[in-house]
Design a protein around this ligand. Structure first.
Ligand code: GRF
Length: 203
């Protein structure tokens, strides 16, 4: 069984999409890691009896640091870590320890509209302000730089009819909910291959 852990910070709609759409006989969601005690994603994990762990770089009660989370995920033999709306920076040592095993979903077409501060509505507002006619979602590997790792899969959509950043966000979220479960299942099937510095998704 392919073992998955998801890092979350908020509403948890991508966590829910992965839970609902990825076949349970292929993928086991072994852990949800969150930097907040109370958010939609944690509530969802509790409802579905997925073990939830809390992470903080400060020593806070009831929170683990990234080192402890890394040990736990190693102990669980996690195959893939998904950042699904996780807002904290993943420390460099953690990225190195799980090299090519951490992916992120970004709500725009990287390499545009990415980088520090580009999360949530900031992204969609920047896209709207740019008067871009297309946007989309990107699933990519995580490296030490924000939104910089190798791109795994992208989907673009026409946004030329939309009148606000919120309308863009709503349309892109639907794309995210297709893209992320698809990519997770491809990983579980062993169909995501890195060749000559690019990512290939096999049929
Ligand atoms: C998504 O738009 C994701 O692309 C971004 O943060 C948002 C998280 O939403 N990284 P949710 O918590 O999955 O609903």
């Amino acid at each position: 069984m392919f073992k998955l852990a998801l890092f979350v910070s908020g509403r948890g709609s991508n966590l829910k999409a992965v839970y609902d759409k990825v076949p349970k006989e292929k993928v086991n969601i072994c852990a949800v890691i969150c930097d907040k005690k109370d958010c939609g994603a944690v509530q969802f994990a509790v409802e579905k009896s997925i073990p939830a762990f809390f992470v903080s770089s400060k020593k806070e009660n009831g929170f683990f640091d990234f080192d402890e989370i890394a040990q736990r995920l190693k102990f669980l033999s996690i195959d893939l870590i998904v950042l699904a709306g996780f807002l904290k920076k993943i420390p460099d040592f953690f990225v190195l320890e799980f090299e090519n095993k951490i992916i992120n979903i970004h709500p725009a077409l990287l390499p545009s509209f990415g980088g520090k501060g580009m999360y949530g509505m900031n992204v969609h507002q920047a896209v709207f302000d740019s008067s871009a006619k297309v946007s989309g979602a990107t699933v990519h590997f995580v490296d030490k730089i924000y939104d910089n790792g190798m791109i795994i899969l992208q989907k673009a959509v026409d946004i030329s009819d939309l009148k606000s950043a919120q309308e863009i966000a709503d349309r892109i979220l639907k794309i995210e909910h297709e893209l992320l479960p698809f990519v997770v299942e491809k990983f579980a099937d062993g169909k995501v291959l890195i060749e000559n510095n690019s990512v290939i998704i096999a049929d």
